[in-house]
Each structure stands twice: as structure tokens, then as C-alpha cells.
Write a protein that binds this ligand. Sequence first.
Ligand code: ZN
Length: 247
Amino acid sequence: MSFGVVEGTESPIVKELEGHPFGRLTFTGQSWALADVRLLAPMLPSKIVCVGRNYADHAKELGNDVPDEPLLFLKPSTTIIGPNEAISLPPQSQQVEHEAELAVVIGLPGARKVGRAEAEQAIFGYTIANDVTARDLQKKDVQFTRAKSFDSFCPLGPWIETELANVADVEVRCEVNDEVRQLGRTKDMVFDVPTLVSYVSHVMTLLPGDVILTGTPAGVDALRAGDSVTVSIEGIGALTNKVVSYE
Ligand code: ZN
């Protein structure tokens, strides 16, 4: 198990890294065809910071107002699974839903009290997340911890795009069994990426590898055992996971 750099688009290869991907890269000299590699979640962060109600159409569908400053909550790192791993439906919930989200990955040296203008230097790259949520428990508990924290509730990947051209306006899509459920654009975020990085960094120090989930557009809906759910983001790729009942 190691980090690697994916290169090329026609027949992509993965070049193995020695140690972590931050700062100066050291390659081991080993490489493989991407098709021959099993991709794990691209990062194991110290924390996953999430932003609620960051698209007006999603806030509205749940009957909420758009907040006047970012609404933060956390998911534990034990929620993370990689591409093609299974989202496990917990027996405590009858209503588990998908949330397609752009994920920001923090780089070296981390971020503490950075201004909006410096936020970009704190960002290592972008990946795709599914902020899986037990909606019934979220409503029942009022606060979000239990609803957002079951094991497997944060599919992440398939890789970290370090050269995303225009994060301010890319398509965010969620398909379940090939039916489009969510379709939005990052330009419709209430608080944009630099604002979020700056805001969070004034609350808590962001360490290299930490992940910020930037909220979901409208169309959240139930997942059922046997479903295949794919979140795709323009310029990054696609993240697919199957859904299984609790084991
Ligand atoms: Zn979310």
C-alpha cells in the first residue's frame, strides 16, 4: 500500500511514491498500468470538515434557510472508504441518502488563520466525496454527529486532481443505477472554496491531507441495498460505490 502519481490520459500509469505526496516527490522507480492497480481512498485525513446547506437549492429542498455564515460539522476518518468499496446501510436508519460533493484536500504546510487570498496556496488538490447521511437520524437528533458518522459513510476518490483548471465552475453529478439524481455546478455554492478554507482555518488548524467537503446540490435521495452510486465531477473523474445492507 503506497501513494502514487497517475500520469497520462490515454493509457494512464501509476508511478509509486516513497512516503507521502506532499512537498518534493520521491519516486521508487516502480510503475504500473492504472488498470492493474487497486485504488484505495486517496487520503486518510486527521479530520473531515463538512459544510452544510452550501447550495441554496439543496437547503430549500430540506426546508432550511441558507445560513449567513458557513455551517460546519465533522465526519470521523473511520467513515472513509475507497472507490468500489461498499456503503453499508446501518440498521438504525430507514433513510440513508447520497450527497455528491467536491472535496478539497489541504497541502503542506497546512492552514491556520489564512486569508481568503492565501487559501489557494493551502490547497493540495481536489477529489470527489459522497457525504452519505442517515437523514431520519439527522432530523431526530437535531445535531449531525450520528447521522453523518457511520462506518463507510464517506466514499472518497478515485484520486486527487492537482491541476483542476477552474474549481469555481465545474459540474457535480450523482447517478444511482444510471439515473441522474443530482446535477449542480460549483458556481452555485453559497460560500466558495477560498472562503471555506479561510473560514475553517480560523476555527481549527488544517493539517496536510485534511479534507473539506463543500456541500451538496439539490436532489439528495435514498440509497437501497443493491444500488450502485456514482458521483462525478467535471475535470476530476468518477467515484462509484455499491450499497449493501448491514453486515
Ligand atoms: Zn453534505
